[in-house]
Design a protein around this ligand. Structure first.
Ligand SMILES: *[C@@H]1O[C@H](CO)[C@@H](O)[C@H](O)[C@H]1NC(C)=O
Ligand SMILES: *[C@@H]1O[C@H](CO)[C@@H](O)[C@H](O)[C@H]1NC(C)=O
Ligand SMILES: *[C@@H]1O[C@H](CO)[C@@H](O)[C@H](O)[C@H]1NC(C)=O
Ligand SMILES: *[C@@H]1O[C@H](CO)[C@@H](O)[C@H](O)[C@H]1NC(C)=O
Ligand SMILES: *[C@@H]1O[C@H](CO)[C@@H](O)[C@H](O)[C@H]1NC(C)=O
Length: 646
């Protein structure tokens, strides 16, 4: 007997083999970072993606999948795997790290195969989680449509137990539709019409994908807050929504000591008190581990004891942390990467930005119209950085305002973002609109949206409108002004943002002074290079840049001392494409600012303290504008896909 007949028989039974996909390799991005070549094929696979609801039985599906562009689908069966090209998950298909690096694909398929560990079979269920897919996703498992989602920034999950087999390989297909620029959708700074402050878009599965094994009755969600009085408020949500007994334990992570052990039930809100907890502050970010046991299910989480509020301090309305005024100072943090666009090349690359911010003595980060992987917020919780979290803006093109449906969808996605992130102790403020983008101004939807966010999360402040069209909504009166701050000063540039003593005065953006980096650290594409001269103030040399940076911090300090300024956001953590005004260059290789001087200025008495001396002094400083717009031609030293060179 020979094996030949069996092989012949097998080949007759199997469908024709799909062609082998084009293999994955990192494509050289226009500018790389120290992490580009080290990222490998699974940069995110070892990082647990949901740090505030952890379970032991999970499996990452990050790694090499396959991809192909398609037309709009209409009940069409998913194509055979593998698809045309290998692609890195998670990544934006516009990024070099994706291995695709194309712009302008609107409809596409992603696919992979997976097996389920045998341990997961007995009376358990299998959940499939996507941390973020931009913009709409329809998910198929072994050909069954198992779920769909709209919104590019938040998690969605589905129970796939009925569609999988445990003995062999299973298939996932994800159909993605991303209409960036074509509809008014929350898209932040993404655009295909690249310009100075609007950048390369992100399309596809840009955050982690993973599987989780849960028992038949399981905890699907947790609302957990803990305040400065020791009051813990908790709601444990279960899939069956039936009151089920459970035990919750709280442990001081510094000492390992139990501080609470409560017997509660699920799907109902409880409060209990922990005696003299260590409070969370940026200087002392004490965290407490939380475990919850319910029947066969057990999850781990963490929380921190702290209270965000506002109140009068010496006649001025202030943001309070644990009842005390803390001046918010930190950078505008966009979270863009030259090699990964929206996806940081590795988790340690992401942490690197936060470490610089912390090292400079700042206590806050404004996450600008983007939602990060949840481990970003975990890092802020752990390191002690307050977060001002923006809702990703809608963009409005061609003078068209958002339709009622688009506006309703914006509000829905805002709620999804708040629900997903609200357990993170570091988040202090929610921002609804930035500089009027997507903001309807003939009626003022920010009032209703502010109410909605406050109902969902009464433990945070709301900055309804950061910059431009302020109509009095929310807790903040927030001015943007470049380069000099104008924080609660009486000479605001925008007549519709005249200082309002009934709200907290915040300088939502200032600074942004620039210096062209060396060619080696510059994003070398035409739309960026051609608009470098739109940088608010560009310096000819590092000496005047350093001088001016210190001047801006001095002006801010004077405004803190003389007026009612309660916080400020410096633009920005890094250069982004044609914006050359970062504390660091876009590739994170050069720290542009004078670190020593910044540390001194930030820590200087006054900036983090307050003295509301009402002395009125008008001073106006003529910008030391030393512009050299004669940029030399950037040689085409790196490969750039032709579609970028528009
Ligand atoms: C953009 O929208 C227009 C009008 O709805 C449509 O005709 C066009 O196909 C869309 N383009 C893309 C790339 O989706
Ligand atoms: C604890 O906080 C909850 C939610 O804000 C509140 O309903 C409850 O009364 C508080 N309990 C105490 C003892 O302050
Ligand atoms: C707290 O939880 C984290 C994450 O699960 C774990 O690594 C750490 O050991 C825990 N600390 C204590 C004191 O239990
Ligand atoms: C910037 O440079 C471009 C191209 O050289 C030029 O067309 C534009 O007018 C300049 N803009 C400003 C604000 O100087
Ligand atoms: C402006 O910059 C260009 C290119 O770096 C340089 O060649 C030129 O000398 C500079 N001009 C002045 C006035 O500094």
């Amino acid at each position: 007997m020979t094996l030949l007949p069996i092989a012949v028989l097998l080949s007759a039974l199997l469908p024709p083999c799909a062609a082998a996909p084009e293999p994955y390799k990192v494509l050289e991005p226009p500018l790389d970072t120290p992490w580009t070549s080290r990222a490998g094929n699974t940069p995110w696979a070892a990082t647990y993606p949901r740090p505030q609801l952890r379970r032991d039985l999970w499996q990452s599906l990050d790694g090499i999948w396959t991809f192909q562009p398609t037309e709009e689908i209409d009940n069409q069966a998913p194509p055979a795997l593998p698809l045309e090209k290998e692609v890195l998950v998670p990544s934006c298909i516009e990024s070099g790290l994706s291995g695709i690096q194309v712009m302008g694909v609107t409809n596409m398929w992603f696919g992979t195969k997976f097996s389920v560990p045998p341990l997961w079979t007995n009376n358990r269920r299998v959940l499939l989680h996507f941390e973020a897919v931009d913009y709409e996703a329809t998910v198929y498992v072994n050909g069954d449509e198992v779920g769909s989602n709209r919104g590019g920034y938040t998690r969605f999950s589905m129970d796939i137990t009925e569609s999988i087999t445990h003995s062999e390989f299973n298939e996932i297909h994800v159909y993605v539709f991303d209409p960036t620029d074509n509809l008014s959708i929350p898209q932040g700074k993404q655009t295909k019409r690249l310009s100075h402050i609007f950048y390369t878009p992100c399309t596809g599965i840009w955050q982690s994908v993973w599987l989780e094994s849960v028992p038949e009755n399981y905890i699907w969600g947790l609302d957990l807050t803990a305040d400065m009085t020791g009051n813990v408020t908790v709601t444990v949500h279960t899939n069956k929504q039936q009151s089920t007994p459970l035990e919750i334990n709280i442990v001081d992570t510094a000492t390992g000591k139990y501080v609470a052990a409560e017997q509660l039930v699920s799907d109902k809100t409880f409060s209990f008190t922990v005696d003299s907890p260590k409070l969370w502050t940026p200087d002392s970010p004490s965290l407490y581990n939380v475990t919850i046991k319910m029947g066969d299910d057990e999850v781990a989480s963490y929380t921190a004891f702290r209270t965000i509020s506002s109140g009068m301090v010496d006649g001025v309305l202030r943001p309070l942390l644990n009842g005390e005024f803390v001046f918010y100072f930190g950078p505008l943090d966009q979270g863009y990467w030259p090699d990964g666009i929206y996806t940081p090349p590795t988790p340690s690359a992401m942490a690197h930005d936060l470490e610089l911010i912390k090292r400079l003595g700042m206590n806050m980060v404004r996450k600008h119209i983007k939602v990060e992987p949840e481990v970003f917020y975990e890092a802020c919780d752990r390191m002690g950085l307050l977060v001002i979290q923006d809702m990703p803006s809608m963009r409005v093109f061609d003078n068209r305002r958002p339709t009622d449906d688009e506006q309703a969808e914006f509000g829905r996605q805002l709620e999804v973002m708040v629900r997903q992130l609200r357990n993170h102790p570091s988040i202090a403020v929610w921002v609804i609109y930035n500089e009027g983008w997507g903001q309807i101004t003939d009626y003022h939807p920010e009032f209703e949206l502010t109410e909605r966010v406050k109902r969902l999360d009464p433990t945070r402040l709301v900055d309804a409108v950061t910059g431009w069209h302020d109509h009095g909504a929310g807790d903040f009166h927030d001015n943007h002004h470049y380069a000099e701050p104008q924080c609660s000063t009486p000479w605001y540039s925008q007549p519709n943002t005249a200082y309002d003593a009934n709200r907290i005065a915040l300088q939502g953006e200032f600074g942004g002074i620039g210096l062209r980096p060396d060619d080696d650290n510059l994003w070398p594409l035409r739309p960026a290079i051609d608009t470098i001269n739109e940088t608010y103030e560009i310096h000819a040399g590092i000496e005047s840049y350093h001088y001016r940076a210190r001047t801006l911090l001095r002006l801010l300090r004077e405004q803190v001392e003389m007026y009612a300024c309660s916080g400020a956001v410096y633009t920005q953590t890094t250069d982004v494409e044609g914006e050359v005004n970062g504390l660091m260059t876009y590739d994170r290789r050069v720290v542009r600012i004078d670190e020593e001087a910044w540390r001194e200025d930030v820590k200087a008495d006054g900036l983090m303290a307050t003295n509301n001396d009402a002395t009125f002094i008008v001073f106006y400083l003529e910008a030391t504008r030393s512009v050299n717009t004669t940029f030399h031609e950037v040689t085409n030293r790196r490969c750039c896909p032709s579609m970028w060179a528009t």
